[in-house]
Design a protein around this ligand. Structure first.
Ligand SMILES: Nc1ncnc2c1ncn2[C@@H]1O[C@H](COP(=O)(O)OP(=O)(O)OP(=O)(O)O)[C@@H](O)[C@H]1O
Ligand SMILES: CCCCCCCCCCCCC/C=C/[C@@H](O)[C@H](CO)NC(=O)CCCCC
Ligand SMILES: [Ca+2]
Length: 532
């Protein structure tokens, strides 16, 4: 019946940007049917509108003589290469007004039934993130799409750091279906801290207790990338592109995300979803903060400088392996949309929530301890893929499996460290070095040698006399001063930390990275023939 009804229509298909338009009849038997037609699941329709014909369109072929034409336009998601989404449109027209209304009505009803779609959003824009384009990106690329999809918004352009976070403790967040942040990873982090913090406050949970069972945050966060690294957006969508992200928000996607809590001596410091990095990435960040005026380039500058300085840091790591999850960091099983490993963790989480047994178990499990000199200690909750490194720091890390990958890069030569870094940009295995170890963990603790010494009150006069460098090996680049922890792009004040992964603590408007299944002609094989 669907095909019959549509047979009565002519279709005007316009491609991305509404530039090239072509007219054709909807006839399945015509030879070019499969080239010109696309199959769009209802879940990927953005909006349906009644359409007025303009003069230009009316002057076409035999339809010119008709008294009145009736039409509706379907705006839908068009999947392009490299996970990029675009808004495309097809206008259906015919002479039968009743038929046209029936179709418009039916499609609108189907859209109404998409319950996961947001209707009201709270938007925070950081006008100073990345290349300072946040406001323009939102106004020109995102707001028109939200309006097309009939999403109403309350927009706050931030005036200072922590504006968004503080605001989230004051507003009635429960009237929104989601919070959108326009900016980079730092802006996302602010919004996440605001939302998770607010949820704990409203539920009477003390964030300073490292063992507290945190309350999940069901208000989804959407990220419109406008920052310098945009690692969280890239790792959860597959591309850093504002229009693609806006469309994932509109269709109401949902991607749960693991969040790590970071504590020092029973004091809450921060949450982390991407990178907790000590040594190399901590030093890059510390140096780059002084060069914010350089924009995203600051990371290249500080990265080069930090690489040359080649500092090692001595310390002790204790961790509990993540035995609950089925994957391992070197199994080459990437986390993709509908990930089986993350689904298994979700089931376990639901069972644990029923039994409240998690905490007892954790206390009983063994801790592994590693002492050493490290160039970098990186704990990642997700792959940390970004345009600089499309496969990321740990390519097989999972977004929502309740674990983090702990990567230890021990003291090695500059040349070896460079080989390690270069492997983040090609297909070779970056863990296949004798000086690199990687573990999948559910919690870990770190203490630097310096704080251990201070705690045991062994104050070495030599340290003071020789300043920053190691007394035993003055030429070895082994730093007596501590490095800084880089927590999702922000520095932590303490070097001794205690970290615990909270499985699926929050949710994003995303669906994880889709398996790319474009055929030669660019048609998506995974589209479901639901509508046309
Ligand atoms: N109006 C503002 N003025 C100054 N700082 C702000 C303002 N709004 C937000 N911030 C702060 O700016 C910091 C950086 O912002 P953001 O993450 O958007 O950009 P970025 O650092 O360039 O990108 P990335 O985090 O991806 O590297 C955030 O930590 C946020 O707290
Ligand atoms: C010879 C070429 C070698 C190139 C090697 C490239 C390796 C790049 C790996 C990039 C990993 C990014 C991890 C993401 C961290 C974010 O939470 C954080 C906030 O945005 N960004 C940085 O700390 C900024 C970190 C900046 C890294 C350069
Ligand atoms: Ca994870």
């Amino acid at each position: 019946r669907t095909v019959e009804l549509l047979g009565a229509f002519m279709v005007l298909c316009s491609t991305e940007g509404y530039n090239q338009q072509s007219w054709y009849t909807h006839n399945r038997n015509s030879p070019d049917f499969h080239q010109k037609n696309c199959f769009v699941p209802i879940s990927e329709i953005i909006a349906v509108e009644e359409t007025e014909f303009n003069k230009k369109q009316r002057n076409i072929g035999r339809w010119q003589k008709m008294a009145k034409l009736h039409a509706f336009t379907v705006h839908y998601v068009k999947k392009a290469r490299n996970h990029r989404w675009r808004c495309s449109a097809a206008t259906f027209w015919c002479v039968d007004e009743h038929l046209c209304n029936q179709w418009t009505q039916a499609l609108k009803e189907l859209l109404e039934m998409q319950k996961s779609r947001p209707k009201q959003l709270l938007v925070y824009i950081n006008p100073f993130g990345g290349k300072r384009q946040g406001k323009r990106i939102y106004e020109q690329k995102v707001a028109p799409l939200f309006s097309l999809a009939s999403i109403s918004t309350d927009v706050v352009v931030t005036e200072h750091a922590n504006h968004a976070k503080d605001n989230l403790f004051e507003v009635n967040i429960y009237k929104y279906d989601g919070v959108v942040c326009v900016g980079g990873d730092g802006m996302f982090s602010e919004v996440m801290h605001g939302l998770i913090g607010r949820m704990q406050k409203d539920s009477g949970i003390d964030q300073n207790n490292p063992k507290a069972s945190l309350v999940q945050c069901n208000i989804r966060i959407g990220i419109i990338p406008a920052g310098s690294t945009d690692c969280i957006c890239y790792s959860t969508v597959g591309i850093s592109d504002p229009v693609t992200s806006a469309l994932h928000i509109i269709v109401g996607d949902c991607q749960p995300l693991d969040v790590s809590s970071v504590h020092h001596n029973d004091t809450f410091l921060k949450y982390s979803v991407s990178l907790l990095g000590y040594g190399f990435y901590g030093d890059i960040l510390k140096d780059s903060e002084k060069k914010r005026w350089m924009g995203p380039m600051r990371y290249d500058y500080s990265g080069f400088k930090t690489f040359l300085s080649h500092h090692y840091y001595e310390g002790t790591i204790a961790y509990q392996p993540a035995k609950h999850t089925h994957g391992s960091p070197r199994d080459k099983v990437s986390c993709r949309t509908g990930c089986y490993i993350c689904k298994q963790s979700e089931k376990q989480l639901a069972e644990q929530n029923k039994e409240h047994g998690l905490k007892k178990e954790e206390g009983e499990e063994e801790w592994k301890v590693i002492k050493g000199k490290f160039l970098a200690i990186n704990a990642v909750n997700m792959s940390c893929a970004c345009p600089r490194s499309p496969k990321g720091l740990s390519p097989a890390a999972h977004l929502a499996d309740g674990s983090a990958d702990l990567i230890l890069v021990r003291k090695c030569s500059r040349f070896d460290f460079l080989r390690y870094l270069v492997r983040h940009t090609n297909q070779d295995d970056q863990f296949d070095f004798p000086f690199v170890d990687v573990y999948r963990v559910k919690c870990f603790q770190f203490t630097s040698k310096l704080s251990e010494d201070n705690e045991s009150n062994v104050m070495d006069v030599g340290k003071k006399r020789f300043g920053q460098f190691c007394r035993d090996h003055p030429a070895c680049c082994c730093n007596i001063v501590n490095s800084t922890w880089n927590c999702d792009g922000e520095t932590l004040d303490s070097s001794a930390i205690e970290v615990r992964v909270h499985c699926q603590l929050m949710k994003l408007f995303a669906r994880g990275i889709e398996e790319d299944c474009k055929d030669e002609a660019g048609h998506s094989q995974s589209s479901i023939e639901q509508l046309l």
